[in-house]
Design a protein. Structure first.
Length: 402
């Protein structure tokens, strides 16, 4: 029993194991196996593979040929001339060479199978090569727009494969330029753009592509500098070669003595040109290394600045939160001048109560202070009047004059 994306498929173990090295390893100790995941094989594709194991026939279309070809590689079904891998490969080559429409349909069916479809059989890069290098290459630009639908990671996988397979990188440069243009160049990070463009080898670009790369604002600075150096190196090589050919023609028209002397001079000039070329290559490698180092330093500085800015924003947010909490919990004790209520004190019950209690306290203290002052002034008079009355009463009682 094979489980593919929660779909159970019952097969005879001997029929399937005999043609698949992967299933032979996995079904040695058990009869049940979860196939997908980890493998990117749908239940429909595995059913077609199982049918091939029974009768040796398979029905392939434009939409499933890439899936069957990838499944054959993942399952290890490539032993013998009539293996599923061989049959699917033959059908794949036939359909992508018929027309640009067929090649475009097969390319679109490969998108959901990435990255396995490229890492196992290079199907995406081969479809692109068929569209660009076929007889209809003048009208296939619109067909390549499907490549712009890829995610940066999947597209980088395709670019890496194309870089290793292609001897000429003009097609690779055009595909990358189309992707950067249609994928909204501003949304890609510097690391993503560098990771994609670093697979372009400027030595494998034509002079026309080099000039276009130098003038292209979407290309990273490192790639542009490499293109300038390679263009300069090619120009010097062309000049040296043209000079050598010119001297060779002159030598053929002169006498043997003149030709011998000119041959020695030509040898010396060629040796000097070779030394200059070697020095230029060394300078170019040194410049590339320096540019790479500067890019890494710039990337690290950007990361530090972003972290510092994020910390400042967090601190400002914390200060705003603290100020907001203090304002909500604060009380206003004092009123404005001339008995006016400040704006912050309006409609505040707590502030009104505190203000009222404060006024009572002030009045009470003022009353006590005034009373104490009156007591100090009046008490001596009251004491004197009482004494006079007492003495006059005693005089009247005893009739004694004092």
């Amino acid at each position: 029993m094979i489980d593919t994306h929660d779909v159970l498929i019952f097969t005879f173990q001997d029929r399937v194991v005999s043609q698949s090295s992967y299933l032979k390893r996995r079904l040695t100790a058990t009869s049940d196996l979860i196939l997908s995941p980890p493998l990117n094989i749908t239940a429909e594709t595995f059913s077609t593979v199982a049918e091939f194991c029974y009768d040796g026939k398979v029905q392939m279309t434009l939409t499933n040929v890439a899936a069957i070809r990838t499944a054959a590689e993942l399952l290890g079904m490539k032993d013998g001339g009539e293996s599923l891998s061989h049959v699917a490969e033959t059908h794949f080559r036939e359909v992508i060479g018929i027309s640009e429409e067929y090649a475009s349909m097969v390319l679109r069916s490969c998108l959901s199978l990435l990255p396995e479809v490229e890492t196992t059989a290079f199907l995406v890069s081969r479809c692109i090569e068929a569209l660009v290098c076929g007889e209809w290459k003048q009208c296939c630009v619109s067909r390549l727009n499907v490549v712009t639908e890829l995610q940066p990671q999947d597209f980088q996988t395709v670019v890496e494969s194309m870089s290793r397979r292609y001897e000429n990188h003009d097609v690779l440069y055009k595909i990358i330029d189309l992707y950067l243009k249609e994928k909204n160049f501003e949304k890609l990070t510097e690391e993503q753009k560098s990771g994609i463009c670093n697979w372009i080898e400027c030595r494998k670009l034509s002079n026309r592509s080099l000039v276009n790369c130098v003038q292209n604002p979407r290309m990273p600075l490192r790639l542009v500098v490499r293109a300038v150096l390679v263009e300069h190196l090619n120009a010097r090589h062309s000049i040296t070669l043209a000079g050598a050919q010119h001297h060779q023609l002159q030598l053929q028209s002169n006498t043997e003595r003149q030709r011998r002397s000119m041959t020695l001079g030509d040898f010396l000039r060629r040796d000097a040109a070779l030394r200059q070329t070697a020095q230029l290559k060394a300078a170019m490698d040194s410049t590339n290394a320096r540019i790479k180092s500067l890019e890494e330093e710039l990337s690290n500085m950007n990361k530090v600045l972003q972290e510092h800015q994020r910390e400042e924003e967090e601190e400002e947010e914390e200060e705003k939160n603290v100020l907001g909490s203090e304002r909500s919990a604060s009380f206003h004790f004092a009123s404005g001048e001339n008995g006016r209520i400040e704006r912050a004190e309006r409609w505040s019950v707590s502030s009104s109560r505190i203000r009222f209690d404060a006024r009572i306290l002030e009045n009470h203290q003022a009353g006590r202070s005034s009373f104490s002052v009156d007591d100090e002034n009046v008490n001596p008079k009251m004491t004197k009047t009482f004494r006079q009355r007492l003495m006059s009463g005693l005089k009247n009682a005893f009739r004694v004059s004092i």
